[in-house]
Design a protein around this ligand. Structure first.
Ligand code: SER
Length: 320
């Protein structure tokens, strides 16, 4: 059984990817690594360690001690936080990635997963059905670290024969762990406010369309790509699509279940970031090379989000 290391385990994706990987590969074979944040109890079903993604010695020690075969490196600052602290975004997103790739090569790790993002695209990119290969001139520090990161992954693949695989995630919608500091975070916050307050004020305009994906699809895609036969893959990094919508469109969907729900908009600096990103993504390479297909559209995702968050809030209020 392969031994897996998940760096960034307490984040939005890591906190759900770790339990899913443990279901498949066994609790003891998936080592979760977090940075500072106290781990939620559901991550303590197997090994949990603290380490900084830029600390090479600490990572090398963990990789060697646990004889790691596969690394999922998820630790990163997102777009809005990256604009507030560009130096830290550079340090964590790029120096962190290079540290992980170097550790992987030195310890003969078999595979690395690293997420890229729709933030690699910019205003010069075709914004509808954005192709896998196209102009990538992002305007945010986050996007810039993701473009450089993609190139770094390709370089390590060519130069060191490292099997590193990547997905350009759209905005990820989930109910377990809140996203932190992204431009697509409104698509999660809207559900909590709809249930708790019956209204939501979006920080991007009502007609801002962005590519999105529900967490179960995100987990499925990530694991499927990593399990795909290497001979099938012609790319290191894949566009991935599931749905695209604006705050107005999601509000209409939520109103089907909460008829009195109201959504207005007060755009802030994140609008400027959103304006530079694509509206929809061409993911035909992922579909043809490793069989990608999403399970959730906007209506199926909305029904599940409302159900899950209602249940979660009920448990929280009952325990108070
Ligand atoms: N969800 C991310 C963000 O908004 C995009 O990769 O920053």
């Amino acid at each position: 059984m392969q031994k897996i290391l998940v760096i960034g385990a307490t984040g939005q994706i890591g906190s759900e990817l770790v339990p899913r990987l443990r279901e498949i590969y066994g609790n003891e074979n998936v080592i979760a690594v977090g940075h500072k944040t106290t781990p939620p109890s559901h991550l303590l079903t197997g090994p949990f360690l603290f380490a900084d993604a830029t600390n090479k010695q600490a990572l090398n020690d963990i990789i060697q001690e646990h004889q790691i075969d596969v690394i999922y490196h998820l630790a990163a600052l997102l777009s809005a936080t990256g604009e507030k602290n560009p130096d830290l975004a550079w340090q964590v997103n790029l120096n962190g990635l290079k540290t992980v790739l170097d550790c992987a090569v030195e310890n003969k790790v078999k595979q690395v997963f690293w997420p890229s993002s729709i933030a690699v695209f910019g205003p010069e990119t075709p914004s509808v059905n954005t192709p896998n290969e196209t102009i990538m001139r992002p305007k945010t520090m986050y996007g810039l670290t993701k473009v450089a990161g993609e190139l770094l992954c390709e370089y390590y693949h060519q130069t060191h024969n490292l099997d590193v695989r990547s997905i350009r995630y759209p905005g990820i919608i989930s109910h377990q762990t809140m996203p932190g500091g992204g431009t697509t975070d409104w698509a999660v916050a809207i559900f909590y406010d709809a249930i708790k307050n019956g209204c939501y004020t979006s920080f991007v305009s009502s007609d801002t369309v962005l590519p999105m994906m529900y967490m179960p699809d995100c987990l499925k895609a990530t694991i499927n790509l990593m399990q795909a036969d290497a001979s099938q893959l012609k790319h290191r990094c894949y566009n991935l699509a599931a749905m695209s919508f604006s705050p107005a469109e999601l509000a209409t969907e939520i109103k089907k279940h909460i008829p009195a729900f109201e959504c207005d908009c007060l755009p802030d600096s994140r609008q400027i970031i959103a304006n530079t990103w694509p509206k929809s993504i061409d993911d035909s390479a992922a579909r043809s090379e490793w069989g990608w297909q999403p399970d959730y559209n906007i209506s199926k995702m909305t029904i599940d989000m409302l159900e899950q968050i209602r249940a979660k809030l009920l448990i929280t209020t009952t325990n108070e």
